[in-house]
Write a protein that binds this ligand. Structure first.
Ligand code: OSB
Ligand code: MG
Length: 369
């Protein structure tokens, strides 16, 4: 049992080493909301891995700030916690706002882990010491630039490669990547850039032996994804279309794909993320852990989640240096030569937030009592 004395929010901005471009836009820096909870003389950390604009989903830095400061923070501050489920239960009356909820729930996981001397992976029931990882590569200025980038990442240890696609940057690009790298475990992510009318174009990807096509169709659609899956040999992986356990259940029932990318932020916390993992496992759907260009704080939670047994495919979990000049945690996350990342074993998130680095990146700060 530990009482949360107060909740603190930090709006943090970290420039990206390279701009990240998807079908919905381009980012040169990461703006995210870091959540700290103090209690029992300890401090727990979480991240609401949001963005400036509502393009990946509807939340933004401003909505996360508002909802955490005015609704979620006050529900948790002053409360006794015996398990992270307590935080999830206290926040449940707030509808949606999953990234914001993840930020606070994750901070409580860290706090309780530290208090109990357990890593988050241990608290979750993780079974792996290392998790398989890959790299997600944004839309590039040209195909030669993409091929060079893939080569650079391979040299850094990444095995599985994910390329963002959009209309005009798809079949022809994938064909050229395949020609140059015939054996690379390759997948694509469309971030909802297509409709069912593009089914033939997407079916042209079948011959390139992709691991999966991630989120080809609109973010709220499961019926069309099921229809598209019937027309494709390549497995569809759902990202945006699975914001909850109920949506995961519907996706399995409808056959809207064969794989789920589980991001704890998108689904509203590690507790729900684990429940979706369990559901998928019972139904024979492999899962993997997605990413939102998190700082080391969010990354630590993702790596812990990916240590659960159903995470059988490589995650979008890359080294700190793939994103930032300097991460805000120590030690920074690194990728091993065999395209894995080592799961931290220390209490809580298992890495230390460096106060000066956090301060240097902080745009504003507020305390919720
Ligand atoms: O769709 O998976 C996505 C990043 C931001 C928002 C959405 C997505 C992504 C990524 C990057 O693909 C994954 C990562 O390396 O963190
Ligand atoms: Mg995605």
């Amino acid at each position: 049992m530990i009482k949360v004395d107060r909740v603190e929010l930090y709006h943090v901005r970290l420039p990206l080493v390279q701009p990240f471009e998807t079908s919905f836009g381009r980012e040169d820096a990461r703006d995210t909301v870091i959540v700290a909870v103090r209690g029992g003389g300890l401090m727990g950390w979480g991240e609401a891995a949001t963005s400036v604009g509502p393009w990946y989903e509807y939340e933004t830095v401003e909505t996360c700030w508002h909802v955490l400061r005015d609704f979620l923070g006050p529900r948790v501050a002053g409360q006794e916690m015996s398990s992270p489920d307590d935080a999830a239960r206290l926040m449940a009356p707030v509808r949606g706002h999953h990234l914001a909820k993840m930020g606070l729930e994750a901070a409580v996981w860290d706090l309780l882990g530290q208090a109990q001397g357990c890593s988050i992976a241990q608290l979750l029931g993780g079974t792996r010491e290392r998790v398989a990882v890959g790299v997600s590569i944004g839309v590039q200025a040209s195909v030669p630039a993409l091929l060079d980038r893939i080569e650079e990442y391979q040299a850094q240890g990444y095995n599985r490669i994910k390329c963002k696609i959009k209309p005009g940057w798809d079949v022809d690009v994938v064909r050229q990547v395949r020609e140059r790298f015939p054996d690379v475990p390759l997948m694509v992510d469309a971030n909802s850039a297509y409709t069912l009318a593009d089914a033939d174009r997407l079916a042209a990807l079948d011959e390139h032996d992709l691991l999966m096509i991630e989120q080809p169709l609109p973010y709220d659609d499961l019926v069309d994804h099921a229809e598209l899956q019937r027309r494709l040999r390549t497995p569809i992986c759902l990202d945006e279309s699975v914001p909850s356990l109920a949506a995961a259940r519907a996706a399995v029932a409808l056959g809207s794909g064969r794989i789920v990318n589980i991001k704890p932020g998108r689904v509203g916390g590690l507790t729900v993320a684990r429940a979706i993992h369990d559901l998928c496992r019972e139904n024979g759907w492999p899962v993997w852990c997605g990413g939102m260009l998190e700082t080391g704080i969010g990354r630590a939670h993702n790596v812990a989640l990916a240590s659960l047994p159903g995470f059988t495919l490589p995650g979008d979990i890359s080294a700190s240096a793939r994103y930032f000049h300097r991460d805000i945690v120590e030690p920074e996350f690194v990728v091993n030569d065999d395209s894995t990342m080592t799961v931290p074993t220390g209490p809580g998130i298992g890495v230390a937030v460096v106060p000066e680095r956090l301060a240097a990146a902080t745009q504003r700060r507020v305390t919720v009592v």
